[in-house]
Ligand binder design. Structure first.
Ligand code: ATP
Ligand code: MG
Length: 243
């Protein structure tokens, strides 16, 4: 049984069909990339899976269970967490408190939540920032806090929406090695959408391509990088030739 199974998922906003009958599966332990041009429907697909949007058609199954229409707190409890392309920052809370919000998904005990949050913060090299306000931190550290908040809910499936956006090449490299570390340590399955090909192509075992709300390709990164339709829709000749 697949960990995640999306079947025939459709979501429109007025006349814009953001996701048009999308189907795919993700196996436990896989790292799957999701790529495509701006407005292709990547974030909408994430939002439909975790329950920010209700699909108008289709189903989302997680570990065999139909979770279509579940609210975000419910999909979170089932074992799905996501990070946000645009983070909603609680500037009035400290870094530790923000991460504890995630930990409260699994416990109502303050001490347990604090310990779990501190464990995640040290894993992501954020322990020294625990008492800072999130808004005081540079963007790279804020992105790591977003990752920490998601990890604190103890997910099986972690979905990352552009974790490298706005980072320098060095910060991007650090983010990739952190992702590899938590993937191994926490026995995760990753679903990653990203415009930075240097992040998504090397880390993904399989890549799904969206364009204009349609799934136009799916396959191994090296095959996707040489797929004529994907090159025309998104990658351009530059990335394909540099391989
Ligand atoms: N809440 C919304 N209301 C109206 N239209 C929306 C909404 N969310 C997304 N859309 C539209 O759906 C389409 C897909 O948007 P989406 O944000 O999913 O794309 P994306 O692939 O994540 O793009 P990007 O790479 O820029 O993040 C776009 O045309 C967008 O304008
Ligand atoms: Mg997006």
């Amino acid at each position: 049984m697949a960990l995640l199974e999306v079947t025939d998922l459709t979501r429109a906003f007025g006349g814009v069909i953001a996701n048009n009958s999308i189907s795919f599966t993700i196996e436990k332990g896989e790292i799957v990339g999701l790529i495509g041009p701006n407005g292709a429907g990547k974030t909408t697909l994430f939002n439909c899976i975790v329950g920010y949007y209700r699909p108008q058609q289709g189903t989302v199954r997680f570990k065999g269970k139909d979770i279509t229409g579940y609210k975000p707190f419910q999909t979170n409890r089932e074992g799905i967490a996501r990070t946000f392309q645009i983070m909603s920052i609680r500037g009035d809370l400290t870094v530790l408190e923000n991460v504890m919000v995630g930990a409260y998904c699994r416990t109502s005990d303050r001490e347990v939540a604090t310990n779990e949050a501190m464990h995640i913060l040290s894993l992501l090299e954020l322990k020294k920032n625990a008492r800072s306000s999130l808004t005081e931190l540079p963007i790279a550290a804020q992105k790591r806090v977003g990752l920490a908040m998601a990890l604190a809910t103890k997910p099986e499936l972690l979905m990352l929406d552009e974790v490298a956006a706005g980072l320098t090449p060095k910060e991007t490299e650090e983010m990739v090695s952190l992702l590899r570390k938590v993937y191994k340590l926490k026995d995760l399955t990753l679903f990653i959408t990203e415009h930075v090909m240097e992040v998504v192509m090397p880390i993904s075992q399989r890549v799904i391509v969206l364009d204009g709300g349609e799934k136009i390709a799916e396959g191994r990164p090296q095959d996707i990088a040489n797929d004529t339709r994907v090159i025309q829709a998104y990658l351009g000749e530059k990335y394909a030739k540099s391989r």
